[in-house]
Write a protein that binds this ligand. Structure first.
Ligand SMILES: Nc1ncnc2c1ncn2[C@@H]1O[C@H](COP(=O)(O)OP(=O)(O)OP(=O)(O)O)[C@@H](O)[C@H]1O
Ligand SMILES: [Mg+2]
Length: 369
């Protein structure tokens, strides 16, 4: 008997052939038993009724002819069926083995980290097509996750490099006596460590939120009040930059939210709007009921976002103008956090802009309580 790899029982072809042989043997045995038990007596009765044979000898001769014809036809049928079983087993097992072989091969490729491996539909029916389809989706998903992971690590390393280099350079200057531990040096060191701490906190927050294990403490709250709190928290900063902050809050019923988290998400949107709106401009925070949703919008009259950047602003570490946005203190993670927080509440977030110089609008939708 042919055995599969690692001795895990016989091969698929052997099993299929064994199963078919079992069916064949059962069929042949039944035919044989029935034919030898009842065939000769029925034949004998018919012979007598028809009056074909006249003597005992003739009867015996005809009956022997019947018995050997029966034996020959059963044997020939058995051999033909066995040959057909062999051919069918060979054909199907080859086709199935080939397609399973492809899946097995693709699995080991994926296990080795080559996520671009795909399998074709083997053309063996809907179940195999579904298997191939799910398999390919799995590979795509793993590839996307791996790309995000790699990108995130690269971005994180990149973000850490600048403050670490600054700390390094200042410590070296202190050791060499080029600098002294005065308030200027301390400010630079503090701001670098502050930047690193914020980065660590932000990365932690976004990972927790995206994995869905962020502890939420949802309570039914008045939707407009939630927005009013976020607006009040930002008012001073708007005043000192000379940007007008409007609140257009309509009664929109209750939302079942964690006030701190939603406050953080709206705060991130309002901060961004302030950061990207020059003095003299304005930012409007609104709250209203749209269809079955509670919708918040943060609209500014500032820089706007070019259409090619819009789909990416919610990606972690994405900044439109890398150098300038970083200089303004952004690590490009605020919108990723806002998105994860809103989605953890069963809501959604979107961005629109009429283009550079024409302002941007960020809309948040939450399910009503
Ligand atoms: N209201 C806005 N107007 C124009 N551009 C915006 C606006 N909001 C966000 N952006 C762009 O989207 C990018 C991503 O925003 P995000 O809030 O994620 O990061 P950040 O503000 O740069 O940094 P962080 O929020 O982590 O401090 C920003 O760098 C900016 O280029
Ligand atoms: Mg931001």
């Amino acid at each position: 008997m042919t055995r599969g790899p690692a001795g895990r029982g016989p091969r698929f072809a052997t099993r299929l052939l064994l199963a078919q042989s079992l069916v064949l043997v059962a069929g042949a045995l039944t035919i044989w038993l029935v034919a030898s038990a009842v065939g000769p007596s029925i034949f004998h009765d018919h012979l007598e009724q028809a009056g074909v044979a006249h003597s005992e000898e003739e009867t015996q001769h005809v009956e022997e002819a019947f018995a050997s014809a029966l034996l020959i036809s059963i044997s020939v049928a058995l051999v033909a069926a066995a040959a057909a079983a062999l051919a069918v087993s060979w054909y199907f097992s080859r086709r199935i083995q080939r397609s399973i072989g492809h899946v097995a091969e693709a699995s080991s490729q994926i296990a080795a980290g080559r996520y671009d491996t795909h399998v074709d539909d083997p053309g063996l029916g809907v179940e195999f097509a579904t298997l191939a389809g799910s398999y390919n989706r799995l590979a795509d998903r793993l590839e996307a996750t791996e790309a995000t992971r790699r990108q995130m690590l690269a971005d994180l390393a990149h973000e850490m490099r600048t403050p670490l280099a600054t700390i390094d350079a200042h410590l070296e200057a202190l050791e060499d006596g080029v600098r002294h531990l005065d308030s200027e040096t301390l400010t630079v060191l503090r701001s670098s460590t502050h930047r690193l701490r914020r980065l660590a906190e932000d990365v932690g927050a976004v990972s927790h939120a995206e994995e869905g294990n962020l502890p939420l403490d949802p309570r039914p709250l008045d939707a407009a009040t939630v927005a009013a709190t976020a607006v009040d928290a930002a008012r001073d900063r708007f005043q000192s930059k000379g940007v007008r902050l409007n609140a257009d809050l309509h009664p929109a019923g209750l939302v079942d939210v964690d006030a701190d988290r939603i406050g953080q998400a709206l705060g991130n949107l309002i901060d961004n709007a302030l950061r990207h709106t020059p003095s003299g401009g304005s930012v409007t925070v609104s709250c209203r009921r749209v269809e079955r949703w509670v919708q918040y919008a943060v609209a500014d009259t500032g820089e706007g976002i070019a259409p090619e950047h819009l789909p990416h602003v919610f990606d972690r570490f994405y900044r439109v103008d890398t150098a300038r946005d970083r200089h303004q203190g952004g690590s490009g993670i605020g919108l990723a956090i806002a998105k994860a927080l809103i989605e953890a509440h069963g809501g959604g977030i979107s961005a629109t802009s009429a283009g550079p110089g024409h302002g941007s609008t960020f809309k948040v939708r939450l399910p009503p309580a």
